[in-house]
Design a protein around this ligand. Structure first.
Ligand SMILES: Nc1nc2c(ncn2[C@@H]2O[C@H](COP(=O)(O)OP(=O)(O)O)[C@@H](O)[C@H]2O)c(=O)[nH]1
Ligand SMILES: [Mg+2]
Length: 172
């Protein structure tokens, strides 16, 4: 899975989305610090709301493969300046959250996210699970991941179970 950093104001649904993406039980948890060692980097909304903290967002973008700009479908306004997605050199996607909410206006949120420069928009509800699979598919690695286990079992097979083919390794 590619590493994604979630950016968005407090209460827009980042932590709940993270729980849904990880298949965890949905429980309210106020984010107090950045989970930078995780595959999903979640940060307190204050980082997006406070200019002094906002500078630190660049550090976490550098740690990630994908930037997820999160906006709730219930928002009456957008926090993001136009074309802000272009300041990052990572692939940037827009994530509309809370589409199940009774006062949700997903298209309005998507329009604001398109203005930031996001071309790919995901419509999600962490409560109903809508859109979660699409994000999983998007974050999937394109190539096979070679874990230490895979490498060591291949070495075992090739070196110990049969004599090494020296021609194949261009040693003859
Ligand atoms: N209706 C609805 N509410 C949600 C959804 N996701 C989050 N919430 C609620 O929105 C509030 C803030 O969510 P949270 O994930 O803590 O936001 P964060 O501050 O961005 O991490 C909580 O009360 C959640 O239960 C959703 O998909 N649908
Ligand atoms: Mg949070």
């Amino acid at each position: 899975m590619r590493r994604m950093v979630l950016i968005g104001r407090s209460e827009c649904g980042k932590t709940t989305l993270k729980q849904a993406l990880r298949g965890e039980k949905i429980t309210y948890h106020k984010t107090q610090y950045v989970s930078q060692y995780d595959c999903l980097i979640d940060m307190p909304g204050e980082y997006a709301e406070n200019i002094d903290l906002a500078h630190a967002i660049a550090l976490y973008i550098a740690e990630a493969d994908v930037v997820g700009i999160v906006l709730s479908a219930t928002e009456p306004y957008s926090l993001y300046p136009p074309n802000v997605a272009s300041v990052s050199n990572r692939e940037t996607i827009g994530i509309v959250t809370k589409i199940d909410h009774w006062c949700a206006d997903p298209e309005q949120a998507a329009e604001w996210l398109r203005l930031t420069g996001c071309e790919h928009i995901f419509f999600t509800s962490s409560y109903t699970g809508e859109g979660i699979e699409e994000i999983h598919d998007f974050l999937k690695e394109e190539h096979e991941i070679c874990t230490v286990d895979v490498v060591s079992s291949r070495i075992q097979d090739e070196t110990f179970d049969k004599p090494a083919d020296l021609k194949e390794y261009h040693l003859l």
